[in-house]
Design a protein. Sequence first.
Length: 260
Amino acid sequence: MARPSPTAPLISCRHLWKLFGEAPERWLAEQGANGVPDVDTIAQAGYIPAVRDVSLDIEPGEMLVVMGLSGSGKSTLLRCLSRLIESTAGDINVDGQDLRALDARGLIELRRRKMGMVFQNFALLPNRSVLENVAFPLQMRGQDRHARRERALEVIELVGLAGREDYFPRELSGGQQQRVGIARSLAIEPDIWFLDEPFSALDPLIRREMQDEFVRLQGLLGKTIVFVTHDFDEALRLADRIAIVGGHLIPRSTRDPSRS
């Protein structure tokens, strides 16, 4: 897959912070004149720094993999970029919109139109079939039954589950359940796809299969993706760039040649 042409970033954040503790916004604002507080200073003030002064740009069609050790804040960063949690400070711009300034209605609308999310926990509805699980976000959007069924069948085939539309989650393997989760997030045709360690609960053989499937889907769809993992091999296979939490961006030229 060719690297995207230089364009305005689809996602951009500047000096993004997430501190856990009491009234971190006020404390952080008071530190402005003294530069960026280090981890020891933050800890001594009684705060936990989950995301510390992160700035990055993500181009349309790019797959950015965020890596880091457990507890390093990579999942928190993804949740800040999607505003599943509120940031302490900083700017987040998504497709020309100030994400942090959106009201609840505007945020819901942005997610419905532009964002798909897949997490390690598949969170499938156990009493609904594959077809019903995949169509669920379209139902929440208010799409009519015929249109959402057609779209659900389309993405079910795309992820290789054609013929299993009437199965229930308990009748599927772990890898098949993850495919349902991916299909459900794709059903709304998002421009941006957030994935938080989606394959880490799978055994190695299924995980490799899902990585291959993911590469195939990205080649077909060209989504803008933020993918969180702690697996360096997985990152090298999938990424256009790798952002290491607390480190620097690794250019595409260092990744797995099989992704060229």
